[in-house]
Ligand binder design. Sequence first.
Ligand code: 8YV
Length: 312
Amino acid sequence: MSQRILQNGRLLPTLEDALAREFDIHPLWKEADPAAFLARHGAEFTGMVTSAVVGADGALMRSLPSLKVISSFGVGYDSIDIDTARALGIHVSNTPDVLNDCVADLAMGLLIDAARGLSAADRFVRRGDWLNAKFRLTTQVTKKRLGIVGLGRIGRAVARRAAGFEMDIRYHNRRPAEGVAHEYMASLEELARWADFLVVTAAGGAGTRHLISREVLQALGPDGFLINVARGTVVDEAALVAALRDGLIAGAGLDVFEKEPHVPPALFELDNVVLLPHIASGTHETRQAMSDLVLNNLRSYLREGRLLTPVC
Ligand code: 8YV
């Protein structure tokens, strides 16, 4: 029995090639009128591949009455309507763990850049400002206090790296994490008040929307830095822009934004924020491992009825 797979959104060219070699795959994004295509052919698809960025909403799932499996590229699944998938009996997989190291590396890179002003100093040299002035003094990282918001697999990888910088580490989750020696703080505001650096590694979605509020930023204070490698939605972005502009916090390092690829233009003017285009997992090694896992989940489900890394 040949299995038709729908591809929702672009994927890495190497992954698209590998999928096309192995499956009867149809790229929905090439259709001029996707709704008309789905009305005619929706029932032919048993599988879907998508990504954390593009996801799959409930309407799309309902237009595919034979759909059994969604294999998604990325660990986050806030862009996939998991409740509808469950209700329709559709199995969903993501790509956890394989990206922990690169995302944690980038979080530390952003933290050091925000504190020590690497990107700002680079701009200073390129502008020729060094010929007439000294670069401003910056903030030490080693031995400082690190608060991790969302101590999951990526948060723990950040903690291991921060331990190498002799940082004092505490964290906030909904509940204390098992087998963790770091101190748990039930109040996010208290954690922010305590911390010099707040690193966000929590999952996105409705449950964490605007968790980093104006009050949390105020608690972090004028010497504190916010680092976000999770989802833009976890931070109240308007409050963050105001906090950076008004000196409510010292600085920020951001890999994610509320309405990617749109970044609030007010941030372009500010030298105390490092802006990255959602690249935390974007290395050859990690993207290859993510691609392999997308393929292996699909293979495993279609051959054995079992996902390797199931979400539901
Ligand atoms: C994206 C991510 O998957 O894993 C996630 O949840 O946000 C990223 O790794 C990546 O940008 C690919 O689209």
